[in-house]
Design a protein around this ligand. Structure first.
Ligand code: ATP
Length: 678
């Protein structure tokens, strides 16, 4: 009978992931639908429980019996029911140890590390006073029993002082750790955000937005608890346990050793359990991120979902992720149950030992009643401290296990573009040259997008890129913006290699209106001035809006330029015109207009034509303009039309010449005319 395995991988097909290239097959084509980088492809039991797997039980005869036996074997420690991780996951687990995670957080605290040091100071004081209490308590009770009033009063006073010291220092300890936690979560998010924002484009092609926001939100929150709760609780309980052991050893070493033996059995059980919990926590976090991505995708495409009536299907998709989550959590809970069972059994065992050994020692006169009372009290402390230590270590392991992805992301160095200081020219003229440029996207190395492309654009020239969908027009623009680096050849701006220029300076001098028709959730004015670093007056903003044919509709908005933009407020064409105004405000030497097909209604077409005309006969400084055009009628006025097909330039010239050529351009114009007339 096949042993059912708990496999989450099959469900990842519901989301679009890119896997990281495997070392074994680097030339392998990467499928669009695969597991996320750190997501387990198949879940199985982590070490050290894996050692149980090789053990073969004799299978009893008879079908029913053997089935029952097989089922029983599955739920035993090491059985397939517990399988929740794969070998890739194990490697990842060991890669980021708990210590390196703690060290990274310590570094993040930087100048505020003193708060943690002060907190530890209070922690030591609190722990020392707390651990002295059982001894003083027992002594005060027995001095009262022996009618030693002065000794009793002294002990009672000492007890009151200890209570006060422990109360105050515990409060200060918690306060300091909470402040450290607040600082840590802020720094963690800042560090993670800056690690992400400076990554190159292939990184964002690989990673899902939902996953990244989940890392920044819930994962960082969870990690910060490590400092606030676990670390200081572990330190506190370790100190208390040491104090308890010292006290126990001074009372009776056979009794002390018996308690220590039980505590070490507890610690061993915990090592196995803790490792399992760490893995489970990481998987829980990954599955939760996938569930969040599914929700985000559904809600952001809610109009499509509604139009196609796929609400139930979407619900089912989310439910599948929840089921995966529940599967892991059930195993986690059962493991927790086993752990609690072992803990309470062993805890009670210490009491039985105390009664048996202590009772016998009293009867033989080796131990006094007072000593036995102190022993029982310290035994309670030790076992309680051991429980808290293992519990908090478990939670610490969970937090670090679940957030390994956060640490991996934190280690990413910024894209080279931001690291190197390039050349800044005195003035950008806008001459562009592509020399023998080839390119493929890093995620699809086997698919060439541009091949040995040569193109030269003169300063102040207006050129239009046309061609069938997927011919590489937008890719060419992306290379010019240095969003990607060519795999072969060189791009020159005013005769300087593009990669030698300062990328920030270059982008400040380029106006780009992309296909993404999304504006920022802020007012219209801020959307227009976005990314412009100089002082800008209202008149200038309105001027740019007028030239982008946007002033009229902006003025008609409820709060004019102060109107907050939200998703359904503006049409695609209106958003595009605001984006054009933004580009115009920068007075760029190079303007790139990548038309979004969806936004191009006949009204937009009229505006784009007007804008192009303005660039040709502009009143202000002229500039080089590259228009990626879908509506061919918009670019008839361009100085030159570049026709692309399959990543190559197949035709070049002005509208009239190209029509006479009877090549791809005239064919495309004909198709479009027929379509519009139909
Ligand atoms: N980030 C990416 N990762 C992998 N492949 C991509 C990426 N972006 C585009 N491609 C692929 O590159 C090819 C060229 O795309 P590109 O967007 O440059 O074409 P286009 O001519 O601008 O198309 P359209 O006119 O439809 O906008 C397409 O096959 C596309 O699937």
């Amino acid at each position: 009978m096949a042993i059912p395995s708990f496999n989450l991988c099959s469900s990842t097909k519901f989301l679009r992931f890119h896997s990281k290239p495997s070392l074994a097959g680097s030339n392998r084509k990467l499928p669009l639908v695969t597991a996320p980088t750190s997501f387990p492809s198949e879940f199985r039991l982590p070490s050290p429980l894996t050692r149980y797997r090789g053990f073969k039980f004799p299978i009893p005869r008879g079908n029913k019996q053997s089935e029952l036996f097989e089922k029983f074997r599955e739920v035993l420690p090491g059985g397939s029911w517990w399988n929740i991780c794969d070998s890739e996951n194990e490697t990842v687990n060991s890669a980021t140890s708990m210590w390196s995670a703690l060290w990274r957080m310590w570094e993040l605290l930087a100048n505020d590390q003193w708060i943690v040091s002060v907190a530890f100071g209070f922690l030591i004081v609190a722990a020392a006073s707390e651990i002295t209490m059982p001894r003083v308590l027992a002594e005060s009770i027995f001095s009262a029993q022996n009618l030693q009033s002065s000794a009793f009063l002294m002990k009672a006073r000492l007890l009151a002082v200890l209570c006060f010291i422990s109360g105050v220092s515990s409060g200060l300890r918690s306060g300091c750790f909470s402040i450290a936690n607040t600082i840590l979560i802020k720094r963690l998010r800042e560090a993670l955000y800056s690690a992400l924002i400076f990554q190159n484009m292939p990184f964002f092609d690989r990673e899902e937005v939902g996953g990244l926001t989940s890392r920044l939100g819930a994962d960082c929150q969870r990690l910060s608890h490590v400092i606030a709760n676990d670390v200081h609780l572990i330190a506190r309980n370790v100190l208390q346990a040491i104090g308890a052991v010292i006290n126990l050893l001074t009372l009776s070493w056979p009794l002390a050793l018996s308690s220590l033996l039980i505590c070490s059995v507890l610690a061993t059980i915990f090592m196995v359990y803790g490792q399992y919990q760490k893995t489970a926590a990481k998987i829980t976090q990954d599955v939760t991120a996938c569930a969040n991505m599914a929700v985000e995708e559904t809600f952001s495409l809610i109009r499509t979902v509604r139009a196609y009536g796929t609400e139930v299907k979407e619900h089912g998709r989310y439910k599948q992720w929840l089921e995966k989550l529940a599967n892991v959590n059930v195993r986690e809970s059962v493991a927790y149950g086993f752990w609690t069972m072992s803990f309470s059994t062993l805890y009670r065992l210490t009491q039985i030992f105390a009664v048996l050994l202590g009772g016998m020692s009293i009867m033989t006169g080796n131990v006094s009643t007072e000593q036995l009372t102190k022993y029982v009290l310290y035994c309670e402390w030790l076992i309680y401290a051991t429980w808290r230590i293992v519990d908090n270590i478990s939670s610490l392991l969970q937090a670090t296990g679940a957030n390994e992805k956060v640490f991996q992301l934190l280690q990413l160095s910024p894209s080279d573009q931001f690291m190197s200081q390039g050349v800044k020219l005195q003035r950008l003229m806008g001459q562009i040259q592509f020399v023998d440029v080839s390119f493929h996207y890093p995620s699809r190395p086997a698919v060439p997008i541009l091949e040995n492309l040569h193109l030269s654009v003169q300063a102040n020239e207006v050129i239009a890129l046309v061609g069938p969908s997927g011919s590489g027009k937008t890719t060419l623009v992306h290379l010019l913006l240095r969003l990607y680096e060519p795999t072969n050849g060189q791009i020159y701006i005013d005769g300087f290699p593009l990669k030698d220029l300062d990328v920030r300076w270059l982008r400040e001098n380029i106006g780009y209106v992309g296909q993404e028709l999304e504006l920022f959730h802020m007012d219209v004015k801020s959307n227009i001035t976005y990314g412009c670093h100089r002082e800008i007056c209202q008149e200038e903003i309105e001027n740019a809006a007028r030239r982008a044919y946007a002033h009229e509709f902006i003025s008609a908005l409820p709060d004019g330029y102060q109107t907050i933009v939200h998703d359904s407020l503006l049409s695609g064409g209106q958003k595009q015109r605001i984006a054009i105004a933004r580009a115009m405000l920068r007075y760029p030497a190079i303007l790139i207009l990548d038309e979004a097909t969806s936004a191009l209604d006949s009204e937009s077409e009229h505006f784009v034509k007007g804008i192009l005309q303005e660039f040709k006969n502009g009143k202000d400084a002229k500039r080089s303009v590259i228009v990626v055009a879908h509506r061919l009628s918009t670019i008839e006025a361009a100085d030159r039309i570049i026709v692309m097909d399959g990543g190559r330039i197949v035709e070049m010239g002005n509208h009239k010449d190209l029509l006479l050529n009877k090549g791809l351009y005239s064919h495309l114009v004909k198709i479009q005319r027929n379509y519009l007339e139909a």
